[in-house]
Design a protein around this ligand. Sequence first.
Ligand SMILES: [Zn+2]
Length: 214
Amino acid sequence: MYIATYPDAILRTKCEKVDLDTEMEFAENICNKMGRVIDDFKAIGLAANQLDYNKRIIAVRPSGITETKFMINPVIIEAAGTMIGDEACLSLPGVLIKIKRSAIVVVEYFSLKADKIVQEELMSQECIIVQHEVDHLNGITLAQSAPRALRQQLMGQLKAGKKGFAKALERNTKLAKRAKQMAELSDEALEEAVQKQYGTTGQISSFHEKLMYK
Ligand SMILES: [Zn+2]
């Protein structure tokens, strides 16, 4: 199964609404595939564009829940409070980024299970997952929503000389040098450098994986 990784163009695409009158069969097919990926990767959430479908569909399965919930055309209609937590993403393997989110959201969506439009108030993990996945549908990944945090993490690794970075340094001085250069760039310049240097699928992920987690 194809899973898009940053900075694939589909991850930076604002997805189109599912036409509830004419596209339901197509939407159900996409949901089935998404469900399989959720199972295979033990993921807690997924957006259709991560599987290369330009459609507004997300799958949500918080830890400890066995049934995956599919939301078609989800819209966050209310949001309140804030919380900060570490987030990971199948499209940025090996990366963990601190993100600020709303603590409560009300989401409106077409429920595949209920076969109608429903509204739900969400808190805790499910609330975070929905915000993360709706970001995906709007073409935003962790890499775009928190370039500063990404940079800070890289700098943190550099300064603290943590195990992972020290190992990467030992293994690959060129990589370490690039990381240092990137850590000194502005957010915009960093984005640009990332696009330029790691513009091909998967390379940015493996870069961070190598740098931060091995
Ligand atoms: Zn994601």
